[in-house]
Design a protein around this ligand. Structure first.
Ligand code: BYC
Length: 474
């Protein structure tokens, strides 16, 4: 297959003049398309979808909007503009010029991080494979597909780095990114949350709220990297990522809005009464939040991590907004106080700051997650109810790190294993909850029509009306 580079693959990495990169991509691109057809949105290859496509890195005009069939989407490769005379912003090489090539001694560490980042992108597309069939509106269907094609582009972004900077190993890793699959018993995706099924749109909105937000924090940390092509790639990815979190936050806000309308209509906050009207009761929503938040917390890794310490020391992965948010960028002697489990329950322990970088990121992430929850609670309060949605403790239901498999309640208080097993079904979605949510997932595909469990969006996409035919099903 011959590729017309500037036409087919919008890029600012000089692809037309780089034979080695062309050869690697020529080999990989048909495999990517096979993967997309098999694992991407099921059944919508012929649909005309109103999508934005990244065409450059100019803040004013970085994307085009237009109607596209998804397999014809132009997955491009972009690096944000270089920062002149950029220097290493943290760790042992602080203040030295950044690197345009990967230093040999850090090669495997960089490869591991780029592969882990790359692995999540196609994983999320796989998780969302069937959702199109049960979309609550054409507006939502379009947003799902927008996210899917952009996750595809984020995979391209990581594959570009592997092909351009990691030689044969990189090419092999790029193939493997298409060979592992979400939830596959033999070849699962690398990180836990990306093997969780997303079978309904409530999960999809939780995933885009919580899990895409992990993406924001990880990408911001990698955007600080001393390996400049990685930093610039991630900086540009963040432009697209913002929309994914917007879909999550407004999606959950619209669910809350509809539930409040039903509570008003029925004059009751009884979950059964709300369910009879085909809406999501708030305790049910709370259980979904508990599930996806606790799973996404694991994505930051262990509280104490020698990998994180050496990534920071070597200038490989920093903290989000390192220059603006932190005073001290070397962190060689600083300590960090952690709460860890012990026989008595909880004890405090001080570890080296560099070893605690995963926890530093997790804490910043938690603060960011709280913003949306506050907004939804304001909606609830304004409607005259005293119910509050809450994020569970970061100790609750963890599978990675110091709190892995330590039974606690939602407040993070250690409890017995028996009590945990008994109460867990009331804390995360039960089989009956999931069956109920599934029963709500009736497809709405007439322009302007919205499923009964969610309020319409406040505005459409790119100044178009909400009832625009965002997807034409052919
Ligand atoms: N599940 O020292 P540890 C996104 C592994 S989301 C399974 O604790 P470390 C997106 C870890 O890999 C952002 N395994 O932590 C969102 C390591 O394994 P190896 C994705 C886990 O090394 C939505 C071992 O445990 N990007 O973009 O500091 C849609 C010990 O690790 C988990 C990144 O994560 C887990 N939850 O790792 C689409 C950035 N957590 O290597 C896209 C790249 C840890 O010993 N990754 N492990 O076999 C990283 O920066 C780091 O690898 C981690 C922390 C953040 C994962």
């Amino acid at each position: 297959m011959t590729i017309n580079y500037s036409e087919k693959i919008p890029n600012n990495v000089g692809l037309a003049d780089d034979r080695a990169l062309q050869r690697a991509l020529e080999h990989w691109q048909p495999r990517f398309l096979d993967w997309w057809r098999e694992m991407g949105p099921d059944d919508f290859a012929g649909a005309d979808v109103y999508l934005r496509t990244a065409i450059g890195v100019d803040a004013q005009g970085w994307a085009n909007y237009g109607t596209v069939k998804m397999p014809d989407y132009r997955w491009g490769i972009f690096l944000a503009d270089p920062i002149p005379e950029r220097t290493v912003g943290f760790g042992d090489f602080f203040g030295q010029p950044v690197w345009q090539q990967v230093p040999g001694e850090f090669r495997s560490q960089f490869r591991r991080l780029i592969v882990t980042q790359g692995d999540t992108e196609p994983a999320s597309v796989e998780q969302q494979h069937l959702l199109g069939h049960t979309c609550p509106s054409l507006y939502d269907l379009r947003n799902l597909f927008q996210i899917n094609v952009e996750e595809g582009r984020h995979l391209w972004a990581m594959v570009y780095l592997l092909h351009a900077h990691f030689g044969r190993d990189g090419r092999e890793e790029a193939e493997e990114l298409l060979a592992r699959h979400s939830g596959d018993a033999d070849k699962p995706r690398i990180l836990g949350t990306f093997n969780e099924p997303i079978e309904d749109w409530l999960s999809f909105f939780c995933f885009t709220y919580f899990t895409d937000r992990d993406g924001k924090f990880q990408l911001k940390s990698l955007a600080e990297s001393s390996f400049d092509p990685l930093a610039r790639t991630c900086r540009f990815m963040l432009t697209e990522e913002a929309h994914h979190m917007f879909v999550g936050e407004t999606g959950l806000g619209r669910v809350v809005k509809r539930t409040l309308e039903v509570m008003k209509e029925t004059g009751s906050d009884d979950p059964e009464a709300i369910r009879r009207q085909g809406a999501v009761d708030l305790p049910l929503l709370q259980r979904y939040l508990n599930f996806w938040f606790s799973s996404s917390l694991d994505l930051f890794g262990s509280e104490v991590s020698s990998n994180a310490a050496s990534s920071f020391a070597n200038g490989i992965k920093g903290r989000p907004d390192e220059a603006a948010q932190y005073q001290e960028h070397v962190c060689a002697d600083a300590g960090f106080e952690l709460e860890v489990p012990d026989d008595e329950g909880i004890k405090k322990e001080t570890v080296g700051m560099r070893n605690a970088m995963n926890e530093v990121l997790r804490n910043a992430y938690i603060r960011d997650c709280e913003i949306g929850v506050k907004r939804w609670n304001l909606q609830i309060k304004r409607a005259g109810h005293h119910i509050e949605l809450r994020l569970p403790s970061s100790r609750f239901r963890r599978a990675i790190g110091a709190w892995a498999n330590v039974p606690t309640d939602l407040e993070g208080k250690p409890i017995s294993r028996e009590e945990f097993a008994r109460r867990l079904p009331g804390w995360i979605p039960s089989a009956a909850d999931k069956a109920f949510v599934k029963s709500l997932m009736q497809r709405a595909v007439e322009p302007g029509k919205i499923a009964a469990w969610i309020a319409p969006p406040e505005r459409g996409v790119n100044n178009l009306p909400v009832d625009h035919e965002y997807v034409r099903l052919n």
